[in-house]
Design a protein around this ligand. Structure first.
Ligand code: NAD
Length: 492
């Protein structure tokens, strides 16, 4: 049976071999899920809440095993590993407290059809597929499975082939308390994901824009609804009145945390000319102070190795091309030698970049900060919007109202003022991208649950009437009455 070998990213050793689920296995999992889903949906919401809170307890019993797997398969440092599990715990708390309220049917007025009742029900799609990337396996795979489950769906999760272990172990733990079949994990690469798209009633994908396009094309064959959370090339605009120290701290973290392998990484920094030299000088010192590398103890390392050689090749190619075209390497720029074949990279700062360089237009996904000096705000906004992506962005100024006004001119699904990236952890805010960064959004309070439901409209006529004024037979008189009503309501 074909299998996937999962590597420890810090040592390149194989830590697990998992058999691949082919299209037949995906079909069988979908059948099991479909047979389990009606009973799951029929439970009172508070019963689903009770079971998912128990599932969290089961996950935490296996915390050491899951976190060890996550650290090994992603190469992440401890803070980022715990952050992922923390976010799953928080999601369960968030939805457990509010799911019953948000899934309650809503009454709506029926004007101009007075006397009728209008109701909106939030119905689960049925079977939801969740396809996840490698850079935040737990947060993204389990994070999207949860609202789908609370809403009454059965869920099939396909984690990335590069990082399937922590997700698989978490689902195993959940399944000690969830009804069989309601939540399953499928192992495999693109073809397993494609087979999943063919089986489900709704598909949520987090991954590259290329995968998003492929999934949307395939989903269109059965008109399956999609939620696509895709790549980014996020701009940071630093105005001359910004708190420089805070902006510099944010730029160093935003560009380099998780080895820069974050959809919302700060990938482009536009700084007003008046402060560009000082900003670059301070940022260089900050970036040089970041600790990483094969010999750095876990306790002090700020980020780990790259996920693999493909990723490091992209980053090296982007840097080389930028230098070729005239960018200045302020610090870093090279792979850090390691005896065991792992892929560590020095935190890097480039200045003098422009939009003729791939590093300013394509997703780089590496610990690289790129600073471009701009004449003024208008130039900064023009460059920020000159992108095929539109995920996250940030604006840095002491004038909050001006910052908000600028945020609203940036073409991105999410914008921070004097902050970056952390907005994705705020459940009340929707998170999603525009352009090549995605379709739809997750989170956003009740929207986060409703994204995994279809709305069913129910209209009721409670009176005993033989006929409606709007039914046959039509007459000139009824048409005249209708016209009179229109003019009375809207014609004055
Ligand atoms: P990827 O697109 O290579 O893979 C993502 C998932 O899709 C994997 O599970 C993969 O097996 C699956 N897949 C691949 N081809 C498929 C197909 N044809 N049909 C169905 N499934 C298929 O992405 P990746 O390299 O794992 O992750 C990095 C990308 O994810 C980056 O572009 C990053 O910006 C993006 N990302 C976006 C967000 C967000 O919330 N917007 C969050 C994290 C990562």
């Amino acid at each position: 049976m074909p299998a996937i070998s999962v590597l420890d990213k810090a040592t390149s050793h194989v830590i697990a071999n998992l058999p691949i689920d082919d299209a037949h296995a995906v079909h069988a999992a979908a059948n099991l899920a479909r047979s389990a889903q009606p009973a799951w949906a029929a439970l009172a919401v508070k019963e689903r809440v009770r079971l998912l809170k128990l599932a969290r307890k089961e996950m935490l019993k296996d915390k050491d095993k899951i976190q060890r797997a996550l650290a090994q398969e992603t190469g992440k440092v401890p803070f980022d590993v715990i952050g992922e599990m923390f976010s799953v715990c928080q999601d369960i708390g968030h939805y457990s407290r509010r799911a019953a309220k948000w899934l309650r049917p809503r009454k709506v007025g029926t004007f101009p059809l007075i006397g009728k009742k209008g109701l909106i029900y939030y119905q689960p799609y049925g079977l939801v597929g969740v396809i996840a990337p490698w850079n935040a396996p737990l947060t993204l795979a389990i994070g999207d499975a949860l609202p789908a489950l609370y809403a009454g769906n059965a869920v099939l999760v396909k984690p990335s082939e590069i990082t399937p272990l922590a997700v698989k172990y978490t689902i195993d733990a959940f399944n000690r308390v969830l009804p069989p079949g309601v939540l399953q994990c499928l192992i495999g690469e693109g073809p397993t994901g494609a087979a999943l798209v063919d089986q489900v009633d709704m598909i949520a994908v987090t991954g590259s824009s290329q995968t998003g396009r492929r999934v949307m094309e395939r989903a269109s064959r059965r008109l399956t609804p999609v939620l696509l959370e895709l790549g980014g090339k996020d701009p940071m605009i630093v105005l001359s009145d910004a708190d420089l120290e805070r902006a510099v701290n944010a730029a160093a973290w935003g560009a380099c945390f998780m080895t820069g392998q974050v959809c919302m990484s700060v990938e482009r920094i536009y700084v007003e000319k008046a402060i560009a030299t000082e900003f670059t000088r301070l940022l260089k010192a900050k970036i040089q102070a970041i600790r990483t590398g094969p010999d750095e103890p876990a306790a002090t390392a700020q980020y780990g190795p790259f996920i693999g050689p493909k990723q490091i090749d992209i980053v090296k190619a982007h840097i080389a091309e930028a230098l070729d075209k005239g960018a200045r390497l302020e610090t870093g720029g090279q792979q850090l030698p390691s005896a065991d074949g792992s892929h560590y990279f020095a935190p890097t700062l480039l200045a003098g970049v422009d939009h003729s360089m791939k590093i300013m237009v394509e997703e780089t996904f590496g610990p690289v900060a790129c600073v471009m000096a701009v004449d003024d705000l208008e130039e900064a906004i023009r460059h920020a919007n000159d992108s095929e992506f539109g995920l996250n962005a940030s604006v840095w100024t002491r004038d909050i109202q001006r910052g908000i006004a600028i945020a609203r001119r940036i073409q991105a699904g999410n914008v921070c003022v004097n902050d970056c990236i952390l907005n994705a952890g705020v459940q009340g805010l929707p998170f999603g991208g525009i352009k090549q960064s995605g379709v739809g959004s997750r989170h956003g309070n009740e929207h986060g649950l409703h994204a995994f439901c279809y709305t069913q409209a129910v209209m009721v006529e409670p009176r005993r009437r033989k006929k409606e004024p709007t039914w046959f037979p039509y007459s000139v008189k009824t048409a005249e009455r209708m016209e009179k009503l229109m003019m009375f309501l809207y014609g004055r």
